[in-house]
Design a binder for this molecule. Structure first.
Ligand SMILES: *Cc1c(COP(=O)(O)O)cnc(C)c1O
Length: 393
């Protein structure tokens, strides 16, 4: 590729491997590249486009808000931020929210808030119990909170203050909590870790454990939140209300928007403790508001659950036919464990068949379609996936 070529990628820092295609257009569950090839998208910007590509309500929110006010600076209130704060805090049953741009930033804020709370209310306790296989983001502190193999050696020194236990292990979690501990932090389902679902009742039990021991429960719902698992928040399946809740990805429906919510008792930031140039900017909050309004329409989540069931049934049949070892996940966040370490090959074959699926592990395929994906699109995905299996296995 040369510099005059609009598809020249040699000026980008190499942080990921990408196919040659340049994506130019999207509509619902379909993505179109610069050569006009159409892809059925079951990645959706990494579980980001909750309403699919280019949904009308987001286009409208962006057009109307951008013509009115992009940002007055975070030093002033703006109407979309206030409206979204009201909707989100009510929906989550938590009293306070801080808006930011990325999931990592929301989690970084959660860590800061917990440490401050520990300083004020738990004798200076600051340690956070996190889980092996977790993914909380790519800032230094959120990398330290994550449990991704190999990450501890990447950018030393590692931010201190985190201790890891096996995901879903109640006994190990209880043992890890001591006087220095301020919180337990985890994802309801580990997304990047490969859609790892803890034993039923784990969140509930962790809620009780943390309450008994006087430490906070931080739930990272950046991936599982905003309807992804069939409820607005995954913790609602087990009625396990956290003290701090982080959201991102689907909240913005495709634009950078994230949030850190907390109960009144835990919301102990003082003026100057937390902020950000784009924190709560009206353009992104107007989009978040459009997303939340759609997701909280009376029948929306029931429809998601119905179509997720259809996806689950179809994948289960395919899994049986193709000798897959496990189908796991919840709602529109599912993963298939393959009989061999061939997930990358199947995903690559899928791409050739116009299907976008993700391989978070060498033996695992992940499915995270738009919450609005249709039954017909699910059936078409299953046909293309079968063809990809045929080619790759
Ligand atoms: C994606 C993700 C993050 C990080 O979000 P960014 O917006 O990429 O910073 C954090 N936690 C979970 C569970 C995620 O899936």
């Amino acid at each position: 590729m040369n510099r005059a070529d609009p598809t020249d990628a040699t000026t980008l820092m190499i942080t990921t491997v990408r196919p040659d295609a340049v994506m130019v257009h999207g509509e619902g569950s379909w993505l179109v590249d610069d050569r006009g090839r159409r892809y059925l998208d079951f990645v959706q910007g990494w579980a980001v486009n909750a309403l699919g590509h280019a949904p009308a309500e987001i286009a409208r929110a962006l057009a109307e808000q951008s013509a009115r006010l992009l940002t007055p600076s975070p030093a002033f209130h703006n109407a979309p931020q206030l409206a979204l704060a009201d909707r989100l805090t009510r929906a989550a049953g938590l009293e306070r929210v801080f808006f930011c741009s990325t999931g990592a930033e929301a989690n970084e804020g959660a860590i800061k808030l917990a440490r401050k709370w520990g300083r004020l209310h738990r004798g200076g306790a600051h340690r956070i119990v996190t889980t092996e296989g977790a993914f909380h983001g790519r800032t230094l502190a959120t990398m330290a909170a994550s449990g991704k193999p190999g990450w501890d050696d990447l950018f030393p020194p590692v931010v201190p203050g985190f201790v890891r236990v096996p995901f879903g292990d109640l006994e190990a979690t209880a043992d890890a909590i001591d006087d220095d501990t301020v919180a337990v932090m985890l994802e309801p389902i580990q997304g990047e870790g490969g859609v790892v679902v803890p034993p039923a009742g784990t969140l509930r039990a962790l809620r009780e454990l943390t309450r008994e021991r006087g430490v906070l429960l931080i739930l990272d719902e950046v991936q599982t939140g905003m309807g992804r698992t069939g409820e607005l928040f995954a913790h609602q399946h087990e009625d396990a209300q956290p003290d701090i809740l982080t959201l991102g990805k689907g909240l913005g429906g495709g634009v950078p928007l994230a949030a850190m919510l907390a109960s009144e008792a835990v919301s102990c930031f003082d003026v100057g403790d937390q902020g950000g140039t784009f924190a709560g900017n009206p353009l992104m909050c107007a989009v978040g508001l459009a997303v939340v309004e759609r997701l909280t329409e009376p029948d929306f989540l029931a429809g998601v659950r119905r179509r997720a069931e259809h996806l689950h049934t179809g994948l289960a049949a395919l899994a049986k036919r193709r000798g897959c070892l496990e189908l796991r996940g919840q709602g529109m966040l599912l993963a298939l464990r393959l009989p061999r370490e061939s997930a990358r090959e199947v995903a690559a074959a899928g791409l050739r068949h116009g299907l976008l699926i993700n391989a978070p592990r060498t033996d695992t395929l992940r499915f995270m379609p738009a919450l609005t994906v249709s039954v017909e699109e699910i059936d078409e995905m299953l046909r293309r996936l079968d063809a990809a299996f045929e080619e790759a296995l």
